[in-house]
Design a protein around this ligand. Structure first.
Ligand SMILES: [Fe+2]
Length: 222
């Protein structure tokens, strides 16, 4: 009898834990949606770009065989990798001509600003490394921390590839997208200097042999 009672009690506790987890998950998704509206209000280009970077990162993650939880981190990290641009003045962010050195250093603050914004909520702790380090380079010449090699958080190295790919292939008012053979040679050249070499090989394989998966994302978030 005692066993049955404790069994019933633990089922009730499990249900309670499940309910709390669902509530937390909903609060997380609502926070994400609120932040999305904030980003959208700032810059419509960033919206399409962030959606694609998010999806390309997840695609790389799937080819790596990462867990659902890791894919979720990549998805959300991609959505918010540039959220720090909220803190960069529009006069610089939307400028079409060449940026001065001072203006460029303002732009380079966006990963740290983004990490600071997200540090206000512990639910975002897993994506902060992505936001903060997506502009590091494998050779240590990136920003903001000049991390190199495997010192750069793994997910940030994945997002860096997705981010660069989208920068090369998305159309802007002042230029066309880059043809795919040029994109491939950019990644071949950037392997081990700008990008993690193993991840670059994997991404080159996706570009050469699974381009339909990339194409689906491009059509969805034109
Ligand atoms: Fe960025």
């Amino acid at each position: 009898m005692l066993l049955i009672e404790s069994g019933i009690k633990s089922v009730a506790q499990m249900n309670e834990i499940k309910k709390i987890n669902e509530e937390l998950e909903n609060a997380y998704l609502e926070s994400i949606q609120t932040l999305r509206y904030t980003v959208d209000a700032k810059d419509t280009y960033t919206r399409g770009h962030s959606d694609r970077v998010s999806e390309y990162s997840v695609l790389i993650g799937k080819h790596l065989g990462l867990s659902e939880n890791d894919l979720k981190t990549l998805r959300v990290g991609g959505l918010f990798h540039d959220i720090g641009k909220i803190g960069v003045p529009d006069s610089i962010l939307l400028k079409e001509g060449k940026l001065s050195d001072n203006e460029y250093s303002e732009v380079k603050n966006h990963p740290s600003i983004g990490a600071h914004i997200l540090s206000g909520a512990s639910i975002f702790k897993d994506i902060i490394p992505i936001v903060k380090h997506h502009h590091e380079r494998y050779d240590g010449h990136g920003y903001p921390s000049q991390l190199s090699g495997e010192n750069i958080p793994y997910f940030a190295r994945i997002t860096a590839i997705a981010d660069s790919f989208d920068a090369m292939t998305s159309k802007r008012a002042y230029r066309d997208s880059m043809p795919i053979d040029k994109v491939i040679s950019e990644f071949e050249n950037g392997k081990g200097t700008q990008f993690d070499p193993k991840l670059t090989d994997l991404f080159l394989d996706i570009l050469r042999n699974h381009f339909d998966e990339i194409n689906e994302i491009q059509i969805k978030y034109k």
